[in-house]
Every structure is written in C-alpha cells, then in structure tokens.
Ligand binder design. Structure first.
Ligand code: GTP
Ligand code: NA
Ligand code: MG
Length: 298
C-alpha cells in the first residue's frame, strides 16, 4: 500500500483577505522580499507560492489576490490549504472580501488564524476588528472562542514572530502527514501558455515526491517533466510533499484547480488524458444533441 509510509509534512498556509489589507506586504516582511513593489497597480493578480523557514520548520505560503474580481482564486487557495491566515487591516476592519474569505475557509473546513495588520497606523482599532469578526461568527479566543488574532504590522515587523509561532502551533495540532515514497499527486495552482517555453504549470505537491523526467497527468493534459524549478526559480530534481514547483513539458495548458498525478509511463499519462478528453467530448455532444434546431438558431 502506497500510504503505509506516512511522515509528517510542512503546513500549507493560504493568506486571504480584502484588497490592500497587506497580505503581500506581510509575506514580504516574513520572507524579507519586496514582491509588493513589483506588482502592477499594487494589486496581486495571481496565487503566489513561496516557502519560508521559521524555527527551523518549513512553511508553504500561498498569497491570494484580495481584489473582488478574483473569487475563484481565493476559493482555490482555500481548498488546497491546511490553515487560512485572514489578514484584516486594523484601520479598515472587516470588508466584503474579508467576509468572502471567511466563507471560503469555512466551506473548505480549514482553521482560520487572523492577522490584524497595519497596527502601526494611527487609526488602528483591533478591538473593532474583533467585534466585526464576531458579528461574522468568528469567535475570538480571548472572548471565549477558538479564533486566534495576532496584531501585526508588515511595516514595522511587529507581531510577525508570534504569527509564525501560532501557525506552527496550529499546524502541529493538525498532525499533517504525507508519504514521500509514493507517486506524486497534488493540485494545479496556476497554468499559462508561455510563447517560447510552451505550457507552464505551477503545481503544489500534496503527497508523494515529484521528480524531473516523470510523466504527469493534469486534467486533460499530460506530459513528461522537462524542467522543474522551485518558487525561487532554481532548477530542482525532486519535490516532496508540500512543495510548490513550476514545470515545463505538458502538451497543453491544464486548468487551475485540476488535480495532477504522476504516473510511471508517459504512455499511461497520455492514455488517461485522452480518455478524459473523449469523455468531455461525449458529454458536449450529448448536451448538443438535446438542443433543437430552433434553439440553435434562436
Ligand atoms: P491585494 O493583493 O491587491 O489584495 O493587496 P494586499 O492585501 O496584498 O496588500 P499590499 O501588500 O499590496 O498592501 C497594500 C498597501 O498597504 C501598500 O501600500 C502597503 O505598503 C500598505 N501596507 C501593508 N501592510 C502595512 C502595514 O502593516 N502598515 C502600513 N502602514 N501599511 C501597510
Ligand atoms: Na495590493
Ligand atoms: Mg497582494
């Protein structure tokens, strides 16, 4: 049985919240990077994966956009994560996409840790944030509930160590496990067609180990991994459980949200992808054949 060899694995954390409440800035402060400065219009428009070490332990972070246009990405982020970090600006409190993020996390059944950000601002009012969260059924720990709120500032670095500590504590409770010795499986985080390199996919390995040269099926696409890089863009040969990688070699662009599976032979990968494609074609034909000519030309 492939699942006999379970070992503990790093936690996958999705950072969610209303637009401009400081999700990317917070991750910049944790990673000591400056991704925020390179974003067009200061708006995150994709799911960014990165890894950090805190207390010697690896944590995988997925940054999601807060702009209202990106609901699907937030839902996807919530579904592949172990813990959602909900970022709420202390001077702005709960806003529509905060509420949306809460419902994605609840729908996915993942625990929430609240980061009350921008504590350095004069208008910061953490008590109001906690009251507003309570109104949306997040019961705050210090008021008898189980939701931990950590006041932080991406600008000054206040509270960031505590936030990481809380993430690691919560992860420990979850007892996350995976088997690094099985064929890799996981989720397509993002995918696009690069003019020169062909289909490029960001995969999040949830179980098993992905190796360069292996064949994978992702939705209706398949292929052998010709190149694999980590979140920093460094070429790597192997990616164990809870690792985000970018791969080249798929024959077509998979859909974000598709599950991927590594398979032993390229031929098998192609067959599975082809089967899925013909099933989809059959479904489309079945649907079309039930449409009358009148409907078709109306
Ligand atoms: P989207 O991804 O577009 O939803 O935004 P975001 O939540 O990632 O917010 P982002 O990191 O882009 O920050 C938005 C603005 O808030 C930027 O101008 C940041 O410099 C500012 N900001 C973020 N965190 C803090 C903070 O702790 N204190 C202060 N004063 N400003 C902050
Ligand atoms: Na922003
Ligand atoms: Mg952002």
């Amino acid at each position: 049985d492939q699942d006999e060899d379970l070992k503990s694995r790093p936690p996958i954390i999705t950072v969610m919240g209303h637009v401009d409440h400081g999700k990317t800035s917070l991750l910049d402060a944790i990673r000591k990077t400056n991704v925020t400065a390179s974003e067009s219009g200061g708006i995150t428009q994709h799911i960014g994966a990165s890894e950090v070490y805190a207390n010697g332990q690896k944590i995988v972070f997925l940054d999601t956009p807060g702009h209202e246009a990106f609901t699907a990405m937030r839902a996807r982020g919530a579904h592949v994560t172990d813990i959602a970090v909900l970022v709420v600006a202390a001077d702005d409190s709960v806003k529509p996409q905060t509420v949306e993020a809460i419902s994605h996390a609840k729908a996915a059944g993942v625990p929430i840790i609240v980061a009350i950000n921008k504590m350095d601002k004069p208008g910061a009012d953490p008590t109001r944030v906690k009251q507003d969260l309570t109104e949306h059924n997040l019961l705050i720990e210090e008021w008898g509930g189980d939701i931990i709120c950590v006041p932080v500032s991406a600008k000054t670095g206040e509270g960031i160590d505590t936030l990481l500590e809380m993430i690691l504590l919560q992860a420990e409770v979850l007892e996350l496990k995976a088997n690094p010795n099985r064929l890799a499986m996981g989720s397509v985080i993002e995918a696009r067609l690069d003019k020169t390199r062909g289909p490029v996919a960001t995969l999040l390995v949830l179980n098993g180990t992905l190796q360069a040269g292996m064949s994978v099926v992702a939705g209706t696409s398949s292929g052998r991994i010709k190149a694999m890089t980590n979140f920093k863009g460094d070429a790597i040969r192997k990616a164990g459980p809870a690792t985000a990688v970018e791969i080249l070699g798929l024959t077509e662009v998979p859909e974000a949200g598709d599950e991927f599976n590594a398979v032993k032979e390229d031929k098998v990968a192609r067959e599975i992808a082809e089967n899925r494609k013909s099933k989809l074609r059959e479904e489309v034909m079945a649907r079309n054949s039930s449409i009358t000519l009148e409907q078709l030309f109306s």
